[in-house]
Design a protein around this ligand. Sequence first.
Ligand code: NI
Length: 261
Amino acid sequence: MVPTGGGAPSGWWLGAAMPRALTLCVAMGLALGVIGSPPAAAGDDDGAVAAGVHRAAADCAEVKCVALTFDDGPSRYTERYLKILKRHGAVATFFVIGSQVSGRASTLVTMAAQGNEIASHTWSHPALTSLSGGQIRQQVERTARQVAKITGKRPSLLRPPYGSVNGRVLAALGEADVAAIMWDVDTRDWQSRSPSAVFGHIKRETHRGSIILMHDLHRASADALERIIHYLDKRGYTLVTVTDLLGGTVKPGKAYYSGRR
Ligand code: NI
């Protein structure tokens, strides 16, 4: 079901790499000639990250990695998340809802071009535990086709809506060739809608290997994102995609809550 083999598909090159955000972003920006203003300046970063720039992949066995993840998009806020990530040379993993993708194809193109990982959050956000195996596979397949039509790559990771999994769901996900990605830091951004509350969760709960749950359906985490990236960078964390966090060991049908501690 997954057309690409075990190696690193070309589209992952950018995703495979995340420089220490702040220390490197200025240097990279100068090297690429794309940063004309300090990182604090907002909304003016249309300079393209040069496609095909091969950064050395972060080795999460060597450095402290964490993964930012965003669910429930793409939404009208997603481009804002992408701009902030780009300004800091950071990458994240976006678990997109398939039915929301068609009107926002260009957002997915930008997402992929910046080296972010595009993963699945099903087609219509049902609790998978309430579906039959066939219905689960359909949720995965329909989304995979939609994403692949735009980016050329099928997602290999899926976040179950509501974190709702059981053995039967995992078996169906295994047949559909995706792994279930859970989280260990829940910012509860959808509930508080408060940037400072989001930041507080991250400050208190993040450790090496964390998978941090946020939602790009709302703006709260976007309002907190710059502060989050600065904080994690200062604490010595490297931001990577979930696939990189898990070090290429992801198996379809398995559930993952965090990476190497
Ligand atoms: Ni969701």
